[in-house]
Design a protein around this ligand. Structure first.
Ligand code: NAP
Length: 669
């Protein structure tokens, strides 16, 4: 580390002009944090702190002379480190870090977040979420353990990397011809991430070269391919192999996985454990609209974009106004002759000035060359887009405007967004009334405005808010009889998220099947990763693990993978053949989870969304703060499981006989 640090410092000061140019434009908060970390000078922190008003870099209003002072001091400090060949300063103590973090985001960062943030920021070389053997695996009794991972998207690849690091044998089955999962499948125009990229990426594979703050699909796919190359994962992946069933054999305590290849041939393979990383958003939801099949022109779903169809000069009808429509609509509006958008219910969309911005060359230079700059930017982005809104998404029982908002903070947010949209629509109150949701902000997924409202003002764009009656060969007909001719229909109608794991046929112990246990819309799991009666089966992005208040799904994925790999390590080190979560532990967790979710915005009676089933149970989304989930997932707890050694019946490990998960492991917030 000392050598790497010296190398980094020397590189940073090697070209003083480049360093100064980078600092002239670099974000002030990470720059200040680097200076404080390198000098230990808290006076400069206190001097600048009053001007930092939030975690987003564009919110800062630090006076130029003060910024210049920080830049000059940082240049001098780096030069000093380089000439004196000093080693890296020790990580600041927790109380100093907390002061730095709080100053950097302009609000108190509570103690409880510090361990999580340090893990996410990774100051040293240590891979903070890697799982290590307790004992030398070579000294264990002979073990032969094979894991099958289903899916080679962000989740499956993360699991593959961790298993490879431990030397546990695994094979990945991927239905597509390449890696990337959702980022491979979605190639509609404008497809991009709406979580900041410097945080929407693995903590152990930081990319300092993102060209956008919110990158486009191709760049994210390139990142995933780079990860696959770096960790040499391709030899472990069977492409064009769609898993169709996974059946647990109680005689052998092994899973039998059947898959279909591209030619439709079926084969099967046995393994000790299965990790499903199939995602929640890859089975298109095709609306049941009468006559849809009769449409004579091109008709496709956003996730199956038909690139052979030239939209230029066409009359396009787009059904749906969710996250995919938000990106596709404005991206095609200027090409098509006419775009008619069929909105069933409006979504909330927020503005983020960075959404369309490129990362400046100087910021990229700073990220690549200035020690700790990238770590501190990751911290800022984590904070800006994580638990900040969580408290405001709880119902205040005394709130009188409960139809449209939940509480005072949520109402303020409503007003802010309405003002913003009004501005975007140029004060068109009639249109405003159509696009502002009647339910509280965050009820459905909060979108990022991709110039959607400006698009609605275009001459060639028409929003329709009346209900659709049916589709004919050439048109969409409304309930009031109005006929809208169309050349192409685009279905931006989302995915069958609640029908989790479908169409995989998963059969566990004692005749249990996932479809019988969950039905089509009621998935449940313990921590979202394990299900009673399905030994040695683990889920990534399973029930109630979607993030809807903030955060990056990759953070959640890393938490889940660490937990799952800890479970597998436990099995191998202790010689268990099976491990399955206890029913009582699972039920208690789900009881708490349901209680929590029902008190939050997603269960609001005015909201319909893919987050919940028609009994108003939230099935997809996590109600926990990131901090709470991280806390629950940090250490695998064997007592939550029944385990068995060869030839034995499943039982609790150790002596604990009570059937309670200790209350302190379930969050109370
Ligand atoms: P979605 O959010 O579920 O939106 C589907 C849209 O189709 C909604 O407006 C829905 O209306 C409408 N719809 C569905 N059935 C309909 C019907 N029968 N008639 C009329 N309208 C109908 O789907 P999505 O936009 O594909 O997004 C799904 C999720 O994917 C997102 O929430 C997000 O998690 C992820 N995603 C992320 C990004 C990103 O990172 N930027 C981009 C795309 C997708 P109602 O609202 O009335 O149901």
């Amino acid at each position: 580390m000392a050598q790497d640090f010296q190398l980094a410092v020397r590189e940073a000061v090697h070209d003083e002009a480049a360093l100064k140019a980078a600092l002239a434009e670099a974000d002030i908060a990470p720059m200040l944090m680097v200076l404080v970390q390198l000098t230990g000078d808290l006076d400069i922190l206190e001097e600048v702190a009053p001007y930092i008003h939030g975690a987003w870099s564009f919110l800062q209003s630090v006076p130029e002379p003060l910024k210049q002072k920080v830049r000059d001091r940082l240049v001098a400090t780096l030069q000093d480190y380089a000439t004196s060949k000093q080693i890296a300063p020790p990580q600041p103590p927790a109380d100093v870090l907390q002061r730095m973090m709080s100053a950097g985001v302009g609000q108190p960062v509570p103690d409880e977040y510090i361990p999580l943030l340090l893990e996410e920021m990774r100051f040293g070389e240590e891979d903070t979420r890697a799982v290590r053997w307790h004992n030398d695996p070579a000294k264990l009794p002979p073990w032969d353990f094979k894991v099958i991972i289903i899916g080679a998207g962000f989740g499956g690849l993360c699991a593959a990397i961790r298993l490879k690091q431990l030397g546990i044998r695994f094979e990945v089955f991927e239905k597509n011809a390449s890696v990337g999962g959702t980022w491979l499948e979605n190639e509609y125009p404008g497809c991009a991430v709406d979580t900041p990229n410097h945080f929407y990426s693995y903590s152990f594979h930081v990319n300092n070269r993102w060209t956008q703050h919110f990158s486009r699909r191709d760049e994210i796919l390139a990142y995933i391919e780079d990860v696959t190359r770096t960790y040499d994962l391709r030899p472990h992946i069977r492409f064009g192999a769609e898993a169709t069933s996974a059946i647990f054999d109680e005689k052998t305590d092994r899973w039998q996985l059947t898959w279909r290849d591209a030619e439709g041939r079926e084969e099967s393979a046995a393994c000790n454990a299965v990790i499903s990383a199939v995602g929640q958003l890859n089975r298109a939801s095709i609306p049941k609209i009468t006559g849809l099949d009769n449409f004579s022109g091109p008709l496709f779903h956003t996730a199956r974009w038909d690139r052979t169809v030239d939209l230029k000069g066409k009359r396009v009808a787009m059904i749906g106004t969710g996250a995919s429509a938000m990106q596709a609509g404005p991206s095609i509006a200027s090409d098509v002759a006419h775009l008619r958008i069929f909105q069933r219910t409006p979504h909330w969309a927020m503005n983020n000035p960075n959404y369309h911005r490129a990362v400046s060359n100087s910021n990229r230079w700073a990220l690549e060359h200035i020690p700790y700059f990238s770590n501190w930017l990751r911290f800022q982005l984590f904070w800006a887009s994580s638990d900040g809104f969580h408290a405001s998404l709880h119902v205040d029982p005394s709130w009188t405007s409960s139809a449209v908002s939940l509480n005072e903070a949520n109402h303020k947010m409503r007003e802010l967004i309405v003002d913003y949209v009004r501005g975007e629509l140029g004060g068109d109150e009639e249109l405003l009334a159509k696009v502002i949701p009647s339910y509280p902000p965050y009820g459905k997924r909060m979108l990022r405005d991709n110039y959607w409202y400006r698009m609605l003002k275009r001459e060639n764009v028409a929003p329709e808010t009346d209900p659709i009656s049916h589709v004919t060969a050439e048109s969409i007909v409304m309930k009031d009889g109005t006929v809208h001719p169309a050349d192409v229909i685009i279905l931006a109608t989302g995915f069958q998220a609640s029908r989790m794991l479908w169409p995989l046929d998963i059969r566990g112990r004692d005749g249990h099947t996932i479809r019988d246990d969950w039905g089509d819309d009621d998935p449940r799991g313990y921590l979202g990763v394990t299900v009673p009666h399905y030994p040695n089966l683990f889920l990534i992005y399973g029930p109630n693990t979607n993030l809807a208040h903030g955060g990056s799904i990759i953070f959640h994925t890393e938490c889940q993978v660490r937990y799952i790999v800890q479970a597998l390590r436990e099995m191998i080190e202790r010689g268990y053949t099976t491990m399955e979560v206890r029913q009582d532990v699972h039920d208690q967790y789900n009881h708490r989870l349901d209680e929590k979710a029902q008190s939050m915005v997603w269960a609001h009676p005015g909201v319909t969304s893919w987050y919940k089933n028609d009994r108003n149970r939230i099935t997809v989304t996590s109600p926990w703060r990131l901090l709470d989930y991280w806390g629950m997932m940090r250490h695998f707890v064997p007592e939550d499981f029944l385990v068995a050694k060869p030839g034995q019946k499943p039982e609790m490990p150790g002596q604990r006989a009570d059937a309670v998960i200790s209350a302190d492991r379930l969050p109370v917030s």
